[in-house]
Write a protein that binds this ligand. Structure first.
Ligand SMILES: [Cu+2]
Length: 430
């Protein structure tokens, strides 16, 4: 392990103009007189060391080595940033003031994940370690996600393009976050196939993104360190899998830290029908439950909140936006068969999926089935879904009216996990 803070004091005359820096963010300085040398090593999501101490202020020559497989940078509180590609090394100069200098990785989420530190002068403790960035208020409004389940894809081989998109989106009326998505929406597209089909996914990470991304299909049986590896901005890859088992499956980004990539919106649903297909019904919907841990307005979601042993989400939502189906209910016809594909993306909390005023007469959850017309006339009131689990539920609305969709973990209903099914005209009194 290379714990290198070589800190050589040499009052220097103009030596080493070598600057193999590759960043436009670096500013040229009037003089390259240095008072010492510093070294910093970048690992997956950390710096080594996380704290540096020097005995005097002044200009230092700094070597930054990135030992990880993904790009990182080190951004100092004075605005100077050094970008270092995977397995590369860069040398530059940095002015350390008497009060010390904070540094961090400016890539979204990396500071929260631990990529931050401080250069102190004579062990003076900093007042604040935070490198502040200004994020403008956003006027982005939530967009309603169509809850209807798509039809099954025709044919037996499906070519699917999945583009990782990082953009600011509203998760509730007043909460805009820099979300990471598959295809620009949360959740990502519903992929619906049948047992025996082949799915060839072309994962694209555009060069305009800042982070590595990946995808993990729970419906597939492949090696984690092959298909699921991360790709950097500007790269793409093919992830091919066969639908061996029927179910409602999760897919998600697994790039480090996977918790943050999931908490930021990188998940979606795969429906694999039995080879013979599902029985016809009158309405089909797809709902994904998930949590948001809100960071500063317009900034990334809060990894520290999400990583808590007792997490307290700010929002729990169906299909990416708090309360969207309460504000605009999902319409069905009274007395008709309704099927919902439901999946809990988490990342942390369980779901107790329930629709007030109905009884599920069919539940297929994680390979186990409750069928209508069973001998004991058994029914089901709520489906428990741990993070990543999925189910199919079926029911009928008996009369015109409103039927709330909730997780029966009721502390979350006020946090956005509330929708409405509107049967007929929504009015039970005629
Ligand atoms: Cu990702």
């Amino acid at each position: 392990m290379n714990i290198v803070i070589r800190y050589l004091l040499f009052a220097s005359a103009a030596l080493t103009l070598l600057c193999s820096c590759q960043t436009g963010a670096l500013k040229a300085s009037a003089s390259n007189e240095t008072v010492g040398e510093l070294s910093l090593v970048m690992h997956d999501l950390s710096y080594e060391p996380a704290a540096l101490d020097v005995s005097r202020s002044g200009r230092y020559r700094i070597t930054v080595k990135n030992e990880s497989a993904v790009p990182h940078d080190v951004e100092f509180a004075n605005g100077i940033r050094i970008d270092v590609g995977p397995k590369q090394s860069t040398t530059s100069f940095i002015d350390v003031p008497g009060e010390g200098l904070a540094y961090r990785c400016s890539l979204p989420g990396h500071e929260q994940a631990g990529m931050k530190g401080f250069i102190s002068v004579n062990r003076q403790t900093p007042g604040s370690l935070r490198v502040h960035t200004h994020t403008p208020e956003s006027t982005i409004k939530p967009e309603r996600v169509n809850p209807e389940a798509p039809h099954r894809l025709p044919g037996k081989l499906h070519n699917i393009e999945l583009v990782a998109i990082e953009s600011n989106m509203a998760v509730a009326k007043d909460a805009v976050q820099n979300l990471w998505t598959f295809g620009g929406h949360v959740p990502g597209p519903v992929i619906r196939v049948k047992v025996g089909d082949k799915v060839r996914v072309h994962l694209i990470n555009p060069s305009t993104n800042k982070l590595p991304h990946s995808v993990d299909f729970h419906a597939s049986q492949v090696a984690w360190n092959d298909e699921m590896t991360s790709i950097n901005p500007g790269e793409d890859k093919i992830y091919e899998w066969k639908a061996d088992y029927a179910g409602v499956w999760m897919y998600h980004c697994g790039s480090n830290p996977a918790l943050h990539h999931i908490a930021s919106g990188m998940y979606g649903m795969v429906i694999v029908e039995p080879a013979g297909g599902l029985s016809p019904v009158d309405h089909e919907f797809a709902l994904v439950q998930s949590e948001f841990y809100i960071g500063d307005q317009g900034s990334t979601t809060d990894l520290n909140k999400a990583a808590s042993g007792h997490p307290s989400p700010d929002y729990v939502v169906f299909n990416g936006v708090a309360m969207q189906y309460k504000d605009e209910p999902i319409a069905v016809k009274t007395g008709k068969k309704v099927r919902i594909f439901v999946m809990n993306a988490g990342p942390n909390e369980d779901s107790a999926f329930h629709i007030v005023g109905t009884i599920f007469n069919r539940v297929i959850k994680e390979g186990m089935e409750l069928s209508p017309g069973n001998k004991g006339h058994w029914g089901s009131q709520a489906v428990d879904l741990a993070p990543s689990q999925g189910a199919i539920v079926e029911f009928t609305t008996k009369e015109d009216g409103l039927y709330p969709i909730v997780t029966h973990a009721f502390n979350f209903v006020g946090k956005g996990a509330l929708g409405l099914i509107k049967a007929g005209d929504g009015d039970p009194i005629h």
